[in-house]
Design a protein around this ligand. Sequence first.
Ligand SMILES: Cc1ncc(COP(=O)(O)O)c(C=O)c1O
Length: 367
Amino acid sequence: MNTKQNTYFHGSDLEKIEETYGIKKEEIINFAANVNPLGISYRLRKELADHLDVITTYPERNYLSLRTAIADYVKDDFHHIIVGNGSTELISLVIQSIHPKSALLLGPTYSEYAHELRLAGSTFHFLNLKEENNFTFSEDDFKAALTPDTELFVLCNPNNPTSSLISSAEMKNILEICKKKHIFVMIDETYIEFTEHPETDTAIPLIREYENLIILRGISKFFAAPGLRLGYGVCGNAGLLSKMSMYKKPWTINSLAETAGKIMFLDTEYIDDTRTLISGERKRICERLDECNALRYYPPHSNFILLRILKKEVTSTMLFKAAILKKMMIRDCASFDALGDQYIRFCFMKPEDNDRLLDTIFEALSK
Ligand SMILES: Cc1ncc(COP(=O)(O)O)c(C=O)c1O
């Protein structure tokens, strides 16, 4: 167990914040959860409400119509799609099904992969992205980190918390190396729709070429619906999909999430609005940060940014406190083993909120 994690607040720890700081959770602007600030779309709100009666029946056992809607969205075949109760259920099912003797994780990264590997009794180690390389991927380091026991490589693209991106050309090389060594690759693309060019950044077209690949995604972040619990996997390996289905409990995606999925992926207006907002804020925030020499940021490719505090006497916990006292919650990255107490992460919210957060951080750094 990583006991370090228990002393810090995660994006979903609003109740803990309420208790510790006496701030009502509804009043907190959550810069730590990486959720689209637009909230759910008007179309989803209306159409889902109109379909409330779906809860009077069980969802489809094989989720055929939902899987077809997802397949249309990702431009693949519905046979390649598996749905889950958030990508969290699928991370667990992939690891249970592959049950690797040993896994390699590209870090620092989201903690759930290591958690599931521990539960499965697998050994694992991290290949940490290097700060001096802006946390970008190095194929040489990757090749050197593989061992004869490695059976699974887990990576998140763009990566949480670094917001760094592996290009599809680099991804193809990774897959080729892994294929030759009989290593399965799990890519978590939870944040891929926020990149500048999601159509070419995604590894989904590689599904047809590589049977040692599964890509996981969810609707919690881009579609701003973490409470619905809907995730999906795209995979061309029929054997793995049937093993995952065997472990999977029936109906883990409820009828409301099933219905929502059939609405949200068609909502091109919301998708475009989100991309315009995030792309604009990403650029604008970097420009403002360029003016501050007490912080270093790493080029962000998603809807969040990782920063290093360059003033030795200021810690990530101090900036966390300065922001939360103004009802803004950022992610103190001290809980990431490979980072430590000089790193913070925040996601892009509405322009006026982003400005208020930057003003607060700059003020705390100027003291
Ligand atoms: C990289 C990554 N993957 C998966 C998840 C969980 O997603 P879901 O809500 O789809 O289970 C998160 C949540 O923070 C995340 O950051």
